[in-house]
Design a protein. Structure first.
Length: 217
């Protein structure tokens, strides 16, 4: 029997709700929501790294790989190449990460009005988890990632990703997140298209994304 438009729409809504987390108990006799999406997938480190880099580059992000002991050196290199002389950092970011940077570093706080963040040339943050399959970086507002405004207002975002926090797909990434925390998803520099499908960057976030992947962390 061919499904009606109403049945098709309702079916899609049920599928979407099934992906959004625990649902209320269905009414007696109602069909159970399907929850057969793939979870728990794994992939060797090198394959996850290559997949993530491929996705990030496709999104026009700049990717730098390094060992953990070169973190400050690579971050300083990224900031220097972008001409960033004044950068903001979350209050809980590891101070040693900026040891090689000779510009001005401003620690962010909730007392700083969001518009004042526009004076920053860039921001440096850590990350919570990253999905290799989609090239998506998740920030969860932890002390080393800061509030959402900090990663959205400055025009440059240098984001540090530990390979150990890179998972295969979205279900695996979501499983590592705390639902109650404010989550920001980043898939490349901020971009959109106008009515003529011309790409416009920096409309609702940084125009430049530099991702530093620490392969041994």
């Amino acid at each position: 029997m061919t499904a009606t438009a109403r049945e098709t729409v309702l079916g899609r809504i049920r599928d979407a709700l099934a992906l959004s987390g625990p649902a209320p108990e269905p009414a007696e006799g109602a069909p159970a929501a399907p929850r057969a999406y793939r979870t728990g997938r794994t992939m060797p480190d090198q394959e996850r790294l290559e997949l993530l880099v491929d996705r990030l580059v496709d999104y026009k992000a700049t990717v730098r790989t390094c060992t953990a002991d070169r973190t400050s050196e690579v971050i300083a290199e990224a900031l220097r190449e972008r001409g960033a002389r004044r950068v903001g950092v979350p209050a809980g970011l590891d101070e040693s990460w900026l040891a090689g940077y000779d510009g001005e570093v401003r620690r962010d706080s909730a007392d700083v009005p969001a518009p004042r963040l526009a004076v920053l040339d860039g921001v440096v943050t850590a990350s919570a988890v990253t999905c290799a399959e989609t090239g998506t970086i998740f920030l969860d507002g932890s002390p080393d990632q800061g509030r959402r405004a900090l990663s959205l207002v400055p025009d440059l975002h240098v984001c540090v990703v530990d390979l150990s926090s890179v998972v295969v797909g979205v279900p695996e990434a979501v499983a590592r997140l705390v639902p109650e925390r404010p989550t920001t998803l980043i898939s490349g520099p901020s971009a959109t298209s106008d009515i003529e499908l011309e790409r416009v960057e920096g409309v609702h976030g940084p125009r430049t994304l530099d991702v530093v992947i620490r392969v041994d962390a």
